[in-house]
Design a binder for this molecule. Structure first.
Ligand SMILES: [Zn+2]
Length: 347
């Protein structure tokens, strides 16, 4: 049996503390100015009591709320529960209907506001604990019917979203600008990504070590090898097989071995405008693997670096699953809120 623990904010019927200062001027001399009942929307209570205070200094009064209640009539735990139901896959109208069945009237637009508020809270920044390894990946969706690209940065230790930016993952300059403060704040040392040339440049410009996801590496190498096998002379098939084996095992000696193979391959020139010959492509493949070898096997040198970028993809996957049942996001903000809630929500 699966047990789900919901972390919802408790609601007290009365404030248990006193405000330390005036909400308007910050002065500390306050006088109790009565108690009023506040009707609320909540899963358990119909009303709470709010204390009023008078500031001796600026002579204004203000309300001091009990924990779990703010100015809105929805309690914090009801807001969290509504956002959670949405995260589970209910539409905003379904959440509204579900709450209605329990005697709590909540408009579907309120449910959507709750989701966005929850997202804002999850996206709130410092102080965050330091972390060394950051996963990077592109996210592609649609906003108001138009293609929308974003890039996400994920803590690969716990697959929690660290930051989401409305930047295409191929825009090196923008990605670097976005990540710079995050790298400094958290003390990032390693970037994990797909085998994108842009990601390699981002890592280099930020002075980070780079781990290329082995899953992606194997996938593109297998594809390249398969194509070459159909075109290249049979005497090179053993070399192709060895390349496949090397990217699966990623031995420390791989770089030397690949470079030796590169030197051994006959040089062929590529004529301008013409498709590169199979031998030319094989040499390029071997050179690329040899040059990037250390980026493929960094995980073997550092225990905190994962072999793949799966954790980042899991965070994206949760959002993608949820967004399948949304009839398109109307705004970029809506898509981003959904992402925060799905990636880092309380379940
Ligand atoms: Zn005051």
């Amino acid at each position: 049996m699966a047990i789900i623990t919901l972390r919802l904010t408790a609601v007290n019927s009365h404030p248990e503390d006193r405000p330390t200062h005036c909400h308007y001027c910050g002065h500390a001399l306050l006088q109790k100015w009565g108690t009023v009942a506040k009707p609320i929307r909540d899963s358990q209570m119909k009303k709470v009591f709010v204390h009023r205070y008078f500031c001796i200094y600026c002579e204004r009064t203000f309300r001091h709320y009990t924990s779990g209640i703010e100015r809105a009539d929805q309690s914090l735990r009801l807001q969290q529960l509504a956002a959670l139901c949405w995260q589970f896959g209910f539409s905003t109208r379904h959440v509204s209907g579900l709450f209605g069945a329990f005697g709590i009237s909540l408009a579907h637009m309120s449910v959507w506001r709750d989701v966005q508020k929850q997202a804002a809270a999850l996206g709130q920044k410092p102080p965050r604990p330091p972390m060394r390894v950051l996963g990077l990946d592109g996210v592609y969706g649609r906003v108001a019917g138009q293609p929308y690209a974003a890039t996400v940065a994920v803590d690969v230790g716990n697959d929690q979203l660290i930051s989401l930016a409305a930047i295409d993952e191929h825009s090196i300059e923008q990605v670097v600008e976005w990540l710079k403060p995050i790298v400094a704040e958290l003390g990032i040392e390693v970037l994990v990504s797909d085998d994108l040339a842009e990601a390699a440049q981002v890592a280099e410009q930020l002075g980070l070590h780079h781990q290329v996801c082995q899953f992606h590496l194997i996938r593109w190498v297998e594809r390249a090898v398969r194509e070459l096998r159909g075109e290249i002379q049979i005497e090179w098939h053993a070399a192709l097989e060895r390349i496949r084996q090397l990217v699966k095992e990623l031995p420390a000696t791989g770089q030397t071995e690949l470079f030796a193979l590169y030197e051994q391959l006959p040089v062929e020139r590529k004529r301008r405008g013409a498709r590169a010959s199979p031998m030319y492509r094989l040499r390029q493949l071997v050179l690329r693997l040899s040059e990037h070898w250390n980026k493929y096997r960094l995980y073997q040198e550092r225990a905190d670096v994962p072999r793949t970028n799966n954790r980042t993809e899991q965070a994206i996957g949760r959002w993608r699953t949820r967004s399948r049942s949304v009839r398109g996001f109307k705004s970029a903000g809506g898509l981003q809120s959904a992402f925060w809630v799905c990636a880092n929500g309380s379940i």
